[in-house]
Ligand binder design. Structure first.
Ligand code: ADP
Ligand code: MG
Length: 402
């Protein structure tokens, strides 16, 4: 079989950079290197056209520039299947800045200067990763990870996790775009998880099995372990039998997240209350952490402590406060203002108390959209889903024809 020649486009205004890359890769007969002497933003919409024509795009970027990040998002959304985006940045880039780039859709952040050997090695590795699995199309998709934490037991984090995940599928018509998202929901509340019963799923002990045998799961294991509910949501429930809270290993959790992010547009994770070590990979990978709270002073304080703690694990973590069982006030009182200050949040998301809808959903074992599609709580969670898809658009939807 003839090896295919791969084409690389280098976009940089810096002649020294393009020359160095050209020299590093020029000797490889399997590679065709083109260069554009420009910045990404200067190329405007043109960059998207190039993204359709190359296997790799390497560009200079400044993660501090909003315009660059927008241009990258545009590129990521419109690239052809399998095109890999590589950002060159100075080698002292902060973790938070690197995360901004990956969030925008960059597959790999490369420090510059980089040696020719290092660059070739990276390209080879990425190429191997993007070789399509026959059933799935390209491997470039990396779903957005949304983690859910609660200020106190009963805050409503499970209710929000489940119904947000359901709304993110887009089938309820909350999303403008006609296309649907594939969404996975994981109940990592090992001991007290209620998602399985809230959706009336058969008992299922995949997470317990992992805890007991210590294996790192693969895609097959996950696919066998996940239940698909009408509407398209895939669910990995907590074990129905008792599992010690520290039973999972960080490596297992990281593998679950990696696999689910490769095969879904969004992954929503309900966290346990206990801050055990294996929660770290969730916080490290999360694009967004939602904290569900009410306005009572102890809840607000605890929410703040949680936010501060999670930021020690991931400095760049985006946190969003969701006020549950609280209607959006017409006028903000001192209570609202104090909470906003304590939480360092604009308090944008308010979910009303809605006993009728919440009760009907639990009784029937279905998401809110299925039992009370027009209720105030359903609508408010739909708005939250819409805001999230806007802030975190699904990355390039390669092979998403499921
Ligand atoms: N906005 C709301 N209005 C009415 N009931 C709610 C609301 N949010 C949650 N509930 C109910 O409160 C209970 C606890 O919610 P849950 O999501 O399990 O909390 P958590 O996961 O934070 O412990 C559930 O019975 C749920 O149906
Ligand atoms: Mg819960």
């Amino acid at each position: 079989m003839k090896a295919q020649v791969k084409s690389i486009l280098v976009i940089t205004p810096d002649a020294a950079v393009s020359k160095a890359i050209g020299a590093a890769l020029g000797g490889d007969p399997g590679l065709k290197v083109d260069t554009k002497a420009s910045t990404l933003t200067q190329l405007n919409g043109q960059a998207v056209k190039f993204a359709q024509e190359h296997d790799f795009i390497i560009f200079d970027t400044d993660p501090g520039s909003e315009a660059d990040l927008r241009a990258i998002e545009d590129l990521a959304r419109n690239r052809r299947e399998g095109t890999i985006l590589l950002a060159l940045t100075s080698s002292d880039i902060s973790l938070a800045a690197a995360r901004k780039l990956t969030r925008a859709g960059v597959d790999e952040v490369l420090p510059y200067p980089i040696t020719g050997a290092e660059l070739s090695e990276q390209l080879e590795r990425l190429q191997a990763r993007s070789t399509p699995e026959p059933a799935r199309g390209g491997g470039a998709r990396l779903g957005r990870l949304i983690a859910m934490a609660q200020a106190r037991g009963g805050s409503g984090s499970t209710t929000v996790a489940l119904n947000l995940a359901d709304a993110l599928t887009g089938k309820g018509g909350f999303l403008h775009r006609a296309d649907k998202h594939s969404v996975a929901l994981v109940d990592f509340d090992l001991q007290f998880g209620t998602i399985g019963s809230a959706l009336d799923l058969d008992e299922q002990d995949a997470l317990l099995k992992l805890a007991q045998d210590g294996n790192v799961p693969d895609l097959r294991f996950l696919e066998q372990s996940m239940s698909k509910i009408p509407g398209g949501l895939s669910v990995l429930p907590a074990p129905s039998k008792f599992a010690p809270v520290d039973a999972l290993r960080a490596e297992q959790v990281a593998a679950i997240l990696d696999l689910l992010r490769q095969t879904n547009d969004y992954v929503v994770v309900d966290l346990p209350r206990a801050l055990v070590g294996w929660v770290e990979p969730v916080i490290e990978q999360a694009d967004e952490l939602l904290i569900v709270t009410d306005l009572a002073v102890p809840s607000v304080r605890h929410a703040r402590r949680l936010m501060d703690f999670f930021k020690t694990v991931n400095v760049g973590l985006q946190t969003t406060v969701v006020l549950n069982r609280e209607s959006r006030p017409l006028m903000r009182t001192s209570v609202h203002k104090e909470a906003a200050t304590a939480l360092n949040s604009k308090l944008e998301f308010w979910l009303p108390q809605d006993d009728k809808a919440a009760r009907a959903a639990v009784d029937q074992g279905k998401p809110l959209t299925a039992v009370a599609s027009r209720s105030p709580l359903t609508k408010a969670i739909g708005q939250l889903a819409k805001a999230i898809t806007k802030a975190l658009p699904a990355t390039a939807r390669v092979g998403a024809t499921r």
